[in-house]
Structure formats: C-alpha cells, structure tokens
Ligand binder design. Structure first.
Ligand code: FAQ
Length: 325
C-alpha cells in the first residue's frame, strides 16, 4: 500500500526535478534537509528513521530489565552504559527525522497508536542472564551489519547519526560476546544456558533484516534512492557468515540442522526463519508486544507533566524576550 502511495505521489512531481534529484543520488551526493526531495523519499525516510528510533528506545526494555540483576558490579555498570547509549541513539535518530518536518511527539503518537513499527526482535523476552549475552552478541551484531552500510545512506543527517551509532554498537556487540564467552567456558549449567539463549535468539535475530527479498515491499525504491544500500537477504547472509565462526569459537551450536558451508557461493546455506511468526510479531502478536507498548505508553503518560513544564517555560522565556524588545 505504501509503495503504491509513493508511486502515485511521484507522478504529480515535476519530472525534471525528479531526474535531477536521481542524478544527485547516483553521483553519491548527500541530500540535506532544506533541499528539494520527492515526497516519497521524505516519507520513506520518516518511516525508516522513525522506526529505527523507536527500536532503539523500545530496545532498552529487554535489557533494562536486567540492570538490577546483573551478576557483578562491573557487569551492572557496563549494561547501564549500554542501555543509556541506546537512549542516545534514539535521540540522534529522532533529531534526524525531525529535520524532515515531523515532530518527535507525532512520531511517538504514531508508535503508540500502532501506525509505526519498531524492530520485531524486541518483542521476545529476556529470561535469564545468558539472554543479555545473546542480545549483545546477536542483536547488536545484526544491528551493526545493517547499520554499517547505512553510514553511506543518501540523507545527510541519517548518515551522520549512523557513523556515531556504529562506533557505539561495536562496543555493545563485544560486551555481549564477552558475556557469552564467560558462560560458554563456565560450568556445564552456564554453557547450557548460553546454548539455550542462542537457540531462542537465533531465528528472531535473522528476522531483524526484514522479510526475504521477494516479499520486501520497499527495498527496490529505497535502494534506488540509496536510503538502503543492501537488500535484506544480502545482509542476512553476511550476518550468518560472520556469526557461525563466532559460535564455533564459543563451542556452541547454531540451532539449524541444515546449516552448511557452500564452497561455490563462498557462504553458508541456512534455514529461513519462520516467516509466518515474523508477520504475526510485526502485526502486534509477538510474545511481548503488549508489554512493550504498555511500558512506552506509561512512560509517555508519566512524562506529560515534564513536557508541559518545559513548554510552559519556553513560552515564558519567549514572552519575556518579546517584552524586553
Ligand atoms: N521488524 O519492505 P521491507 C537496534 C517491516 S537495531 C519490524 O523489507 P524496509 C539496535 C517494514 O517496516 C533495529 N518490522 O521494509 C539495538 C515494512 O512494513 P511498513 C532497528 C519490520 O524498511 C540493539 C514491512 O516489514 N534497525 O534497534 C522488520 O525496506 C540492541 C516490509 O519490509 C533499523 O530499523 C523488522 N525486523 O526494510 C537497540 C535499521 N523488517 O513499514 C537496543 C533501519 C521489516 O511498510 C538493543 N531500517 N519490517 O509497515 C532498515 O534497514 C529497514 O527498515 C529494514 C526493513 C531492513 C529493517
């Protein structure tokens, strides 16, 4: 539906302007907020950046849940810093989206009303400490795989936000892998917990890259505009190829009996996730969707007095400025 909307809007736009815009994209130029852009480009960016921002914020919930229960003071401090980083990422991304003419309040309202999505992965529960290792290793690992190419995305503010975010994400991935190393090389019970976490997070992590290319609605147009640099399947393949040796080093088994190295393609063959589960999760029917949305709604409601206070203060200051002039 959205793809149709993009197409019909595009037909009302000046073909010469559209061609000049595409030529700039093809030449690798960055597009900046005040420059002319097709309406479809603007809307696609708001959708993707907004969804990405929401993911960073909702993504704090599964890990935030473990800050008070981290096994050592050091692990607690590290996890706290990581979760704070995710809040920062959300803020850079909301700011990048705001340059396209949408307010943060509008984006939050669209999330809370279910009009906008956030990453499917954050609808799975974190049941024990090994899950925090798996989230860092696999979820941040998948996030980096997707975000490194986005540093070259065509929209300037998004690209610049990605450069900073990627630096922080690589620390996140290492802290997750470090937790997994300790668990996998620990007691047999700890190793079993690590394996169990890998079993539960493997396929949801593969889903993070989006549906397979044949079902991806937006990829073709987004790639033509260099909003996306790679297809969903390309990035999923790279993630599998990178992660399998890491699992081997840990002495853990990827829960896929059909996983095989394919010499000819120079990558692993692997089983696709259960796509019906993915589509249910993004429709709102995953294990934790309701709980995540309740938490975001509560935070929004509890913060109303603070937002109103800030606005009242801003109004007072501008009235005082006008009076002084
Ligand atoms: N979850 O046509 P496509 C993080 C939707 S990283 C939910 O292929 P597109 C860091 C898609 O929106 C995670 N929905 O879509 C962190 C569309 O529906 P719509 C966030 C998904 O946009 C780590 C429909 O399916 N990263 O949070 C998902 O071309 C640890 C058709 O799909 C980003 O957002 C999904 N996984 O490609 C934080 C990266 N996949 O909108 C805390 C930027 C697809 O028409 C702790 N985004 N859908 O209703 C992207 O690269 C792209 O948007 C994709 C999807 C690749 C996610």
């Amino acid at each position: 539906m959205y793809a149709q909307m993009v197409k019909s809007e595009a037909t009302n736009e000046d073909p010469a302007k559209l061609a000049a815009f595409q030529a700039r994209i093809d030449a690798g130029e960055k597009i900046e907020p005040k420059e002319w852009m097709p309406e479809g480009y603007r809307k696609t960016l708001i959708r993707q950046i907004g969804q990405h921002a929401h993911s960073e914020i909702v993504g704090q919930l599964p890990e935030g849940n473990w800050i008070t229960r981290a096994p050592t003071l050091e692990r607690k401090a590290i996890l706290l810093a990581k979760v704070q980083d995710e809040a920062g990422h959300g803020l850079y991304l909301y700011c990048a989206a705001e340059t396209l003419g949408v307010s943060r309040d509008e984006l939050t309202e669209a999330l809370l009303s279910g009009k906008m999505k956030y990453s499917s992965i954050f609808n799975y529960p974190t049941l024990n400490w090994a899950d925090i290792g798996a989230v860092g290793w696999l979820v941040d690992g998948a996030a980096i795989m997707n975000q490194v190419p986005l540093q070259r995305t065509s929209f300037g503010p998004y690209s610049r936000a990605m450069i900073r975010i990627c630096k922080e994400e690589s620390f996140h991935q290492r802290q997750g892998y470090d937790i997994m190393m300790k668990m996998a090389k620990g007691t047999p019970e700890q190793k079993a917990m690590a394996q169990d976490a890998l079993n539960r997070f493997w396929y949801p992590s593969l889903m993070m890259f989006g549906p397979s290319d044949k079902d991806s609605v937006h990829s073709a147009q987004s790639m033509a505009w260099k909003i996306k640099i790679n297809t969903n399947d390309e990035l999923r393949q790279k993630f599998v190829d990178q992660t399998v040796p890491q699992a081997e080093y840990l002495g853990l088994t990827i829960p896929d009996p059909d996983l095989r190295w394919n010499e000819e393609k120079g990558g692993y063959d692997f089983s696709e996730p259960d796509w019906s589960e993915f589509f249910e999760v993004i429709k709102g029917n995953g294990p934790c969707n309701a709980e995540r949305m309740e938490a975001r709604q509560k935070a929004w409601d509890d913060g109303a007095w603070f937002r109103e206070g800030l606005m009242a203060h801003a109004r007072k200051r501008s009235a005082a400025k006008v009076a002084a002039e």
